[in-house]
Design a protein around this ligand. Sequence first.
Ligand code: F0G
Length: 454
Amino acid sequence: FRTIIEPFRIHSVEPLRMNTRAQRHKALEAARYNLFKVDADDVLIDLLTDSGTGAMSRDQWAALQRGDESYAGSPSFRVFKDAVQRLFPFTHVIPTHQGRAAERIIFSVLGGPGRVVPNNTHFDTTRANVEYTGAEAVDLVISEGRDPSSRHPFKGNMDIDGLERLLEARADDVPVIFVTVTNNSGGGQPVSLANLREIRRVADAYGKPVFIDACRFAENAWFIRTREDGQQDRDVADIVREMASLADGMTMSAKKDPMGNIGGWLALNDDELAERCRDMLILTEGFPTYGGLAGRDLEALAQGLTETVQHDYLTYRIRSTEYVGNSLREIGIPVLTPIGGHAVYIDARAMLPHIDPLEYPGQALAVALYETGGVRACEIGTVMFGRQPDGTEKPAAMDLVRLAIPRRTYTQSHMDYVIEVAQHVCDRAAELRGFRITEQGSALRHFTASFAPL
Ligand code: F0G
């Protein structure tokens, strides 16, 4: 059938607060045109992020009731650890309150001045946690991964030659090789098994550990199953285990594919490294059998992990994201291709060529989507990356707007509405104007900056 039905029915509903264009205009003015400052009550369809915004299942809500809140040795930790190890059979599983806490712990142990960490593309928090220790974060995605119109099936792949060159030049400085699946900052693009095997080969040649930033591992495995030679008949859980078998450890945000509203973990094989990480965990997160989480969260995540690798779910998940992307493309809106797993990225610079990158076409588009139809998306462009360390401004490599799709939260008619809103915006694209920043903080300005329309 052509129609992708949601493989669930709705059992508890959360009302949307309908509003008018005039009300949204007022909300925008009050927020100084920064969508992070718009109250979520004033948003109709919230596509700001897919992180922690998914809907839990009946069985996850039931699992919450089984949560055991013992400080030490909680049986909920065993349930959680078993569920993680069924997919990622690493020896040590260390729960954290979210992904960046796992990053902070691993890089505070492995990072430091003079060190360099390669990744296909570091997510912002990963880069920030590497750099905070004084180490350098290097992005080594293949060149197709930087080309918005390339149709390469695995645009998240690591540039193996680049990795070898880095190791040849600075082997002693590299404590670990990271690979992010899927590559969020590069458009939610997958990494192939073949590429993971190559990373393993290079890592072994230099005796280096490989860690996966596995936030969207199930979506990545689904892309492997549908796009990589010889993978079509495999169970996704089996592909995930093979991905894990090519690594020595992982960091994880359980707010993505594990279907949690909060949570994360660090998992690894090295006993001594695990001990040092647990010492850091106790310092800021908590005792090793709960990390930064309640026992009930651990139970909900264990259940979520069994649901996220179900083929019915992944078929729906990937096809519904693709549906939004393809529909936008048919209207004539330039989107990053192939469509990623968790989000559709609109190329705002191509869509609004009359707006100079230094007048923030991504911001103009995100504001127009909100004002026109109450759809909240996220600028990923010159507002986010344009400011240089010396305070000057430079256009970012791309001006994108990300429509991130929360898991199991919105229906197809919500997505049809989003497409219609985008069509309205596209019809009057030539009328849109850029923005200037009137106030900004010292770091991560996109969260707090104030804007004025030009
Ligand atoms: N790694 C990747 C690839 C991510 O996408 C994120 C979060 C993190 C690490 C950090 O995890 O938020 O649990 O601390 N990405 C969210 C997003 C925030 O909107 O893409 P966290």
